[in-house]
Ligand binder design. Structure first.
Ligand code: GLU
Length: 421
């Protein structure tokens, strides 16, 4: 069997059809029509038919990128993930190394929107992201901002909201920085890659927004994309295209792009929150302390585990229950950690709503032990912020002040406690 052959096989009584990708450690790897790869044990598979190669989605035309001085310049910082990745039409595998040629060939409508300035920052799925790569992204985006009207960051969706949070703190920007990704890879008919990329390039090149944002589908069907604030957004569903939701606030803008036959037929931008058009200077503040943890408390968490996580880090963000609680028995360990110079911040695992240190006695004691209740900051945002804050100071008072100062919209006002899914 050659890579790319169309294969039908029987396995455990089921008939499977797909494109043969490779044989690996006794497994036949097939790409199914829904885009997923499956591995089937070779000795359990009965091959029923093998046909010629599949050429799904192979471009019929060759498009060249334009250098049109009338169009805005948009930087593309690629970090990996499935969006903006190039499909290998023989194996159906996806690689995230790309050139502007590849991009324009996959999404030819880009030529109508912008002159693209590419930069490959990394080439990883976002579950493999580490804070030092957040810093590389911040540096790459900073360089691109000097020579463009705005920047799009293509990123895997799993941890995109951690990266948008870090960049929101590490960069002050007079132009839009728009993260985007795809829940379905661009070789699948149902892919959201094209719309997300085109919408983000449109926002980066033309909108008055200033700051770090994330733009993905607003609903499960194609149409409007929501533009979320980088510090108040979260992946809320494993597979839906509208997986990203603004939490505790509304999106800052919406964008609509419709493309047909390689041409853009409609584009529209709606600003919902003018706050994010305020002027900012361009500045890189890429502080970083990688010895920070995010810890979800669970009923029955062992003292040894809690103690180890606290004492082995310079700072820990705890996702507590409800208003931000942990079991009373653990509270002396918070005091021990704080006394030895560890920053302990409290967020809530309810995701929606504000932490509170005065409603229940547990929280009162936690605060007395030195824990800092981080208002309604999202746990992932608080974690990224602590990485940034402890990169600039180890002084606990200064760290407390910085964590409780609203730097990039991460803390919402007390009024308007709304929630929607
Ligand atoms: N786990 C992958 C990632 O987050 C999913 C693919 C994607 O979202 O691009 O990178």
């Amino acid at each position: 069997m050659e890579p790319g052959s169309k294969v039908t096989l029987r396995w455990r009584g089921k008939i499977l059809r797909g494109v043969f990708v490779k044989e690996d450690k006794g497994f036949i790897v097939l790409k199914l029509s829904n885009g997923y790869n499956v591995g089937i044990p070779k000795d359990e598979a009965e091959i029923l038919s093998v046909e010629g190669r599949e050429h799904i989605g192979k471009p019929r035309f060759h498009y060249r990128p334009v250098q049109n001085p009338d169009l805005p310049k948009v930087g593309i910082a690629a970090t990996g993930g499935t969006i903006a990745a190039r499909v290998d039409y023989v194996t159906g595998a996806v690689t995230a190394e790309f050139t502007v040629e590849d991009l324009v060939n996959t999404f030819p409508e880009l030529n109508e929107l912008a002159t693209l300035v590419p930069r490959q920052v990394s080439n990883i799925f976002s579950e493999n992201m580490v804070p030092s790569i957040w810093r590389e992204i911040a540096r790459g985006v900073y360089e691109l901002l000097k020579e463009s009207d705005g920047v799009v960051v293509t990123h895997g969706t799993d941890t995109m909201h951690y990266s948008t949070a870090y960049l929101s703190f590490a960069l002050s920007t007079p132009k839009p920085v728009v993260f985007t990704g795809a829940q379905r890879s661009s070789d699948r008919p149902s892919s959201d890659a094209a719309l997300n990329l085109l919408s983000s390039v449109y926002v980066a090149g033309y909108s008055p927004l200033k700051g770090v944002f994330l733009s993905m589908h607003e609903s499960s069907s194609d149409g409007w994309n929501a533009v979320h604030l980088g510090t108040r957004v979260r992946k809320m569903h494993t597979s839906r295209r509208d997986t990203f939701r603004s939490i505790g606030r509304d999106p800052v803008a919406r964008v609509y792009i419709e493309a047909r036959g390689g041409r853009i037929v409609r584009k529209e931008f709606q600003l919902l929150d003018p706050e994010w058009t305020r002027e900012h200077p361009l500045e890189l503040r890429d502080h970083l302390n990688e010895n920070v943890a995010l810890l979800k408390y669970f009923p029955g968490m062992k003292k040894e585990l809690f103690e180890r996580v606290l004492l082995e880090h310079d700072g820990v963000v705890i996702e507590g229950t409800g208003f931000g609680h942990v079991r009373e028995e653990l509270i002396p360990l918070i005091k021990e950690a704080v006394d030895s110079g560890v920053f302990v911040g409290i967020t809530s695992q309810t995701i929606y709503g504000r932490t509170h240190s005065h409603v229940y006695s547990t929280a009162v004691k936690m605060e007395e032990a030195g824990a800092v209740f981080l208002e309604d900051m999202l746990p992932e945002t608080a974690f990224a912020k602590l990485v940034w804050v402890l990169g600039q100071t180890k002084d606990l008072e200064r760290a407390r002040d910085l964590m409780l100062t609203n730097v990039a919209g991460e803390i919402t006002e007390r009024s308007g406690i709304e929630w929607k899914l």
